[in-house]
Design a protein around this ligand. Structure first.
Ligand SMILES: [Zn+2]
Length: 323
């Protein structure tokens, strides 16, 4: 089926949050570090399922969320998030991105969210009519608070949804995964449990070819989990275990292409651009596999030359880029 990346703005994150997990940077450090930011893209995906209709995987951010002070006023979110954390140009709203493909939010038949974080559920209030699938553990933890403060699901962002479909992973083993869930009973959209980033983070395998990881892996480089890790608000053990299972899936499916939600690497940028028509050319697919071979060895260790480095803003500002 066709798979369209939807670019829904960008989010400003501390470099260490994305890449500092093995470098000794801790959570406090990244929360208070206001000098090493990077911008990363936010992607959702539209699947054109021949039987079900258009399916959204994640929903990005909303224009309301970018009006930070008004939207988050009075909640802990006002303080833990930066007031310029989100940037959403008018042509990148969920509505605008769907319109580009000839759809309105009303046309969406089903939604799958990889997890409850704000940059993945921002469009849900436009999708009140649709069933929303998510990992059962994510749904069960919706009212839990990380660090005793930060809600897993911010209630105003999900208030319109009434038809929650918690996914029970009772299907067969697949690659490194002990269980799976065939969401529409045709093998085309298989949910896989990849907890760690959040309690019930879920990845979505489309046509046994594309793995949409949400934030279970921030970028393709994070596949080398022995060499590069994000900082975890949740369980690092689960995070590492999930990525090892993804490595195994990649061995089982040599054509597998991995599409994280925020991949700012040349790999991520080329795949999302290459899928603009809904189908990847053989040339782009070969390029992606060559890029993987240049980046990882057989044991999925990271080529040191491909290690991400923070490049400061030449004008001395707090937002740099990643090599
Ligand atoms: Zn995210």
């Amino acid at each position: 089926m066709k798979i369209h990346p939807l670019r829904i703005g960008r989010t400003k994150v501390p470099f260490g949050q994305f890449h500092g997990g093995l470098a000794g940077a801790d959570l406090d450090e990244f929360v208070t570090d206001k000098d090493h930011f990077i911008w990363v893209p936010i992607h959702a995906y539209l699947l054109e399922h021949p039987g079900i209709g258009p399916i959204l995987v994640d929903t990005g951010i909303s224009p309301e969320q970018t009006e930070h002070i008004e939207y988050y006023r009075g909640s802990i979110m006002e303080h833990v998030m930066d007031d310029d954390e989100y940037d959403l140009p008018a042509d990148q709203t969920l509505t605008a991105q769907l319109a580009r493909l000839g759809h309105t939010p009303r046309d969406i038949s089903a939604v799958i969210i990889t997890h409850f974080h704000e940059d993945h559920v921002g469009g849900l209030n436009l999708l009140a009519h649709a069933p929303v699938y998510l990992g059962a553990n994510e749904y069960a933890a919706r009212e839990e608070k990380a660090l005793g403060l930060i809600p897993l699901a911010f209630p105003p962002s999900i208030k319109a949804i009434t038809d929650w479909r918690p996914i029970q992973f009772t299907g067969p083993a697949l690659g490194g995964f002990d269980t799976s869930a065939d969401l529409f009973d045709d093998g085309s959209v298989i949910a896989l449990p990849t907890p760690g980033h959040s309690p019930g983070s879920t990845s979505v395998l489309v046509d046994h070819r594309y793995l949409l990881t949400g934030d279970a892996m921030y970028t393709i480089r994070h596949l080398a989990v022995e060499d590069l890790r994000a900082i975890q608000l949740g369980s690092e053990d689960h995070y590492v275990d999930s990525i090892r299972r993804i490595q195994w899936l990649r061995r089982a499916i040599p054509d597998l292409l991995i599409l994280p939600a925020h991949d700012d690497t040349p790999y991520g940028l080329r795949l999302t651009a290459g899928l603009a028509t809904g189908e990847l050319s053989d040339r782009d697919a070969r390029w992606a596999k060559d890029w993987e071979r240049d980046t990882f060895d057989e044991a999925v260790r990271l080529n040191p030359a491909r290690r991400p480095r923070f490049i400061p803003d030449p004008d001395g500002g707090p937002v740099g880029t990643v090599s």
